[in-house]
Design a protein around this ligand. Structure first.
Ligand code: UD1
Length: 417
């Protein structure tokens, strides 16, 4: 159990480099097994989820090691195609190994993935895309067995732009004969990052970042080098912390376009946003204003992962903010915890209403999930007195050295293991 101790009310000031993206790293780690590759990945965050992906790679027979923020993989020694439930349940992204394994080995045996309990989170779109490429898939309760004699290029149309289903389809399509077109694809920056990696590994792939991705062939290189993009959700969290606690923070190394919807709302709330090519400065100007309605949507809309942290920033904003969650059924789990700090929030179904209060006070909280836990940290930084968050390892799944990074900005926060 981890305990976050926060003494709120301190302004955040200074500059910080944003860590590498978890959600870009994980599919790229899975993609490293597509062919016998030596991969060198830079700017990979040191996180529990990354560690889980490395353990999956080792279980499959690959050499995989992280030194600081560099990861070295040799997948030429891959010797297995099954992943035990104990590894699958550690995170949601373990499911992306399905597309990679079926491409490399013609077979994948695994079970339903774990991850934050945000709702039903089925994998029907993943399975349908793989079936359209020619995979035969049997499901038996928790267990999934995929086989293919040959994968054939296909026209796949996703009824919803699922990030994971797009990634699985991209990976499996690399081994398909002929051209694959994925329409209705997710457009997140992490999908573009996966395309960049696949290109460096030898794939002919284009279109990522738009709604249609084409994969025309794969002529594996022996070696691939890639730098992981900065994490737009971590950047959003620190920006919200600066807005909530008051401050003047420069986020370095991040492309402002990747979290422009969040920056739009912070600006609407009264913060100055000063953007350049690769950095953003967020400067609060006293009391925040409520921002009206915020609706989560697939990228380039407002991200569901930033909803809890923006909610935390709005707890003391003057007026009413309404959050409408359209991606996950169960993404307001942080609400009862935030109320313990004195927040005035009600949630019903997919909508939450926040009335800004003058003052939040410290309290004992329990982290509910990764981004919900981050929201509690943001709120704790804005609350008077001490907040202690009891966390069963949620936040460290996605935030690297988060206590140290916030301390460097002037926050009074400590993490006890
Ligand atoms: C990814 C991100 C996660 C983010 C989410 C939405 C990673 C590791 N995780 O998760 O942080 O919150 O995108 O931006 O990148 N769905 C189905 N059937 C499927 C697949 C998805 O119904 O087969 C539904 C899900 O239940 C959910 C919605 O589609 O309601 C979005 O899911 P998806 O885009 O697939 O998210 P993930 O890839 O799991």
């Amino acid at each position: 159990m981890e305990l976050w101790h926060i003494r709120g009310g301190k302004r955040l000031e200074g500059a910080c480099f944003v860590q590498g993206s978890k959600n870009a790293s994980l599919p790229i780690l899975a993609a490293s097994i597509l062919a016998p590759l030596r991969c060198e990945l830079h700017n990979v965050p040191q996180l529990r989820d990354v560690d889980a992906a490395l353990r999956i790679l080792r279980h499959l027979g690959c050499l995989a090691e992280q030194r600081g923020n560099d990861v070295y993989i040799d997948s030429s020694t891959l010797s297995g195609c099954s992943i035990p439930h104990s590894l699958m349940e550690e995170m949601r992204s373990s499911v992306i190994f399905m597309g990679a394994l079926i491409a490399r080995c013609g077979e994948a045996r695994l079970s339903l993935p774990g991850g934050c309990q945000l709702g039903k989170r089925p994998i029907d779109l993943h399975l349908s895309a793989l079936r359209q490429l020619g995979a035969e898939i049997e499901e038996d309760g928790m267990d999934i067995c995929c086989r293919r004699a040959e994968l054939k290029g296909a026209e796949i149309t996703l009824p919803f732009p699922s990030v994971g289903a797009t990634e699985n389809a991209m990976l499996a399509a690399c081994a398909a004969k002929g051209t694959t077109t994925i329409r209705g694809a997710a457009r997140e920056p992490e999908i573009e990052a996966l395309q960049e990696f696949l290109r460096s590994a030898g794939a002919e792939i284009s279109g990522a970042g738009g709604g249609t991705i084409r994969i025309e062939g794969f002529h594996p290189n022996a070696r691939s080098v890639c730098r992981i993009i900065p994490d737009r959700i971590v950047a959003s969290t620190i920006a919200c912390a600066a807005a909530a606690a008051g401050g003047d923070v420069e986020l370095r190394g991040i492309d402002p376009r990747h979290f422009s919807t969040l920056l739009y709302f912070l600006n609407k709330a009264g913060c100055d946003i000063i953007s350049s090519n690769r950095s953003v400065r967020v400067r609060s100007r006293g009391k925040l204003r409520a921002v009206g309605e915020v609706v989560t949507e697939p990228y380039p809309g407002f991200p569901t992962d930033a909803q809890p942290v923006l909610m935390a920033a709005m707890l003391r904003a003057e007026g009413k903010t309404v959050m409408r969650e359209t991606i996950f059924e169960n993404r307001f789990r942080q609400v009862p915890e935030l109320r313990r700090l004195g927040a005035d929030i009600t949630s019903s179904g997919q909508t939450a209403e926040i009335w800004g209060v003058d003052c939040l006070h410290g309290a004992a909280l329990t982290a509910t999930d990764l981004r919900g836990g981050a929201a509690m940290i943001v709120a704790g930084l804005a609350a008077r007195g001490e907040t202690v968050i009891c966390d069963d390892g949620h936040v460290t799944r996605g935030y690297e050295h988060f206590d140290m990074r916030l301390r460097a900005l002037g926050a009074d926060i400590y993490l006890d293991f």
